[in-house]
Ligand binder design. Structure first.
Ligand SMILES: [Zn+2]
Length: 144
């Protein structure tokens, strides 16, 4: 087994997309999928509807999930992360989020959002009930 990575790279363009989506869905939780060409560098954010229409929980709408997964597969890419926002609360996985996190090979990104501002974005691996936080390194496309 290789050494687990302690950090991940988040391109600025994807960060901007998830910020915009989080603000747009306020006061509800926003959610979506981030794909990557390898399991290393993320390439695209796909916003989805939150089927729960809740400010406390999220569930990627099954129709959107199907469309997104089909597109990702057609592009020869993989699911890199599941993103969702936390309106008015810290960007740390809730007990609901932990139960919901069925994959240990992808990242879970969470944004703490207030009415007109995203306060922080944090990234985690969730393995069973164990939470490993990963440091986010932001990169401009020009730096790549
Ligand atoms: Zn959550």
């Amino acid at each position: 087994m290789g050494k687990e990575e302690d950090s991940l790279i988040l391109p600025s363009a994807i960060k901007d997309d998830i910020i915009q989506h989080s603000l747009q869905e306020w006061p509800l939780e926003a959610c979506g999928i981030i794909s990557s060409s390898e399991q290393v560098e993320p390439s695209e954010y796909y916003p989805a509807r939150n089927e729960k229409e809740s400010s406390q929980e999220y569930s990627v709408h099954p129709q959107d999930l199907f469309k997104i997964l089909t597109t990702i597969e057609k592009r020869g890419e993989k699911v890199w992360a599941v993103f969702h926002s936390h309106p008015g609360k810290t960007a740390y996985p809730s007990s609901f989020d932990i139960k919901k996190a069925l994959r240990d090979d992808i990242y879970y990104l969470i944004a703490w959002v207030e009415r007109s501002e995203v306060k922080e974005i944090r990234a985690f691996k969730i393995i069973g009930t164990r939470i490993e936080e990963k440091e986010i390194e932001e990169k401009n496309r020009d730096d790549l």
